[in-house]
Design a protein around this ligand. Structure first.
Ligand code: SF4
Ligand code: SF4
Length: 383
């Protein structure tokens, strides 16, 4: 290694053991580093104290309603795809106290919550997840009103992306044009190479902030063969997606098939458990709950994740607007793939496959689209 200092826009090479230096450098600069770890048989996002916390030598097998970890033949640090967690648990936390109220001599006084979340560094953000964060940025930050909770958690996040070296059984980001390569929106982007007895990372520098962090990590310019290897790895990943989805005219397809018999068929299987919305990196719905203690001296208002699969979600005076499983599944899928485009200018699905893997009965959004497309009037007989 030389004293060469790379700039934003350049591509460099670091040895695998320098990943710990990256974690320590970010920690020293005040970031709480979060990344993949193993907990209860799954890869989940949690705080990283060092590179030893990463799931070295593990991979995952995923299919509809199926997830399991198994050992790899090598010691890759990122040799798996996404697990049940997404970064939204940090940016849009599952439960947030909005304010407290205390009874005093002159009635109740409201105590506002102070939003002082840690300064996060996310390590190992996949391309589909960058798109998921971008979608939530649009929802929470770019509408008529800015969400202060999301805004305070999102500010200053340092993003270390990871270009996927393998595709999962339920992945279809290539169909959604959201991966497997991170194209923008990161400070640093890594491609892991474990070949010919050498373990290293090709690092693309996305921002000046990324270049500053990298200046503290031994690195060298990436050679032509390392760049080509990184390109090949990502291209092979794109060619091995476990699922595909034909998105041509998908909004119009769904809008013209509200009464398709497939909605009834999927409703026979759907448990309306809401798992798909909890694991989805773009679903953002929440509810508000007020709680008091038994003395009546203290009250709190909480915001909690909610789901369009619950009966309460569409409850208005007299009952739920969407009282059947059929109407709730149709609402979810049509919003994700159709009305989301009208509302936010993009699909609400980034092709991460989580809703397929974590659906207890293995309902597959790609299969549901295919079934409607096949038998819709004028639909194409896609295989
Ligand atoms: S589609 Fe699957 S995960 Fe989603 S609510 Fe129905 S059963 Fe649950
Ligand atoms: S709808 Fe399913 S595949 Fe699409 S982003 Fe959400 S969890 Fe991922």
């Amino acid at each position: 290694m030389t004293a060469y200092r790379a700039q934003s826009g350049e591509t460099v090479l670091i040895e695998a053991q320098q990943l710990d230096t990256l974690i320590q450098t970010l920690t020293r600069r005040g970031y709480e580093v979060v990344g993949p770890t193993i907990c209860e048989g799954a890869i989940v996002y949690d705080r990283l104290g060092s590179a030893k916390d990463l799931p070295a030598g593990w991979t995952d097998e995923q299919d509809g309603g199926t997830y399991r970890l198994k050992r790899r033949a090598d010691n890759a640090l990122f040799g798996y795809v996404v697990g049940p967690h997404s970064w939204k648990k940090y940016l849009h936390p599952p439960a947030v106290r909005l304010w407290r109220a205390e009874r005093g001599a002159n009635g109740f006084s409201i105590v506002a919550e102070k939003q002082e979340p840690p300064k996060y560094a996310f390590l190992g953000v996949r391309a589909c997840e960058l798109h998921g964060i971008r979608i939530q940025d649009k929802v929470f930050l770019e509408g008529a009103h800015t969400d202060p909770t999301y805004s305070s958690h999102r500010a200053n996040v340092f993003l270390v992306a990871l270009n996927c070296g393998q595709a999962g059984g339920t992945c279809f980001c290539a169909s959604m044009n959201t991966g497997p390569k991170a194209e923008s929106g990161y400070d640093l982007a890594l491609t892991e190479i474990v070949e010919q007895g050498r373990h290293r990372f090709v690092v693309e520098i996305g921002t000046e902030r990324g270049a500053e962090i990298l200046a503290e990590i031994p690195h060298e310019p990436a050679g032509e063969s390392d760049r080509e290897t990184a390109k090949r790895i990502v291209a092979e990943t794109a060619g091995h997606m476990g699922r595909t989805m034909d998105t041509a005219g998908i909004k119009e397809l769904l809008y013209s098939n509200y009464d398709h018999p497939r909605w009834e068929q999927v409703a026979q299987r759907c448990l309306t458990c809401a798992n798909c919305t909890m694991v989805c990196p773009t679903c953002f719905c929440s509810t508000v709950e007020d709680v008091t203690d038994l003395t009546g001296e203290h009250a709190e208002r909480w915001r909690k994740w909610d789901s369009c699969f619950t009966m309460d979600f569409s409850y208005i005076h007299g009952g739920s607007v969407r009282a059947t499983a059929k109407s709730r599944y149709r609402q979810w899928m049509t919003h994700k793939l159709g009305t989301w485009i009208d509302q936010f200018g993009s699909s609400g699905c980034v092709g991460c496959g989580r809703c397929i893997t974590w659906c207890p009965v293995g309902i597959d959004i790609t299969e549901e689209v295919r079934a409607i497309r096949k038998s819709a009037p004028g639909g194409s007989p896609e295989s």
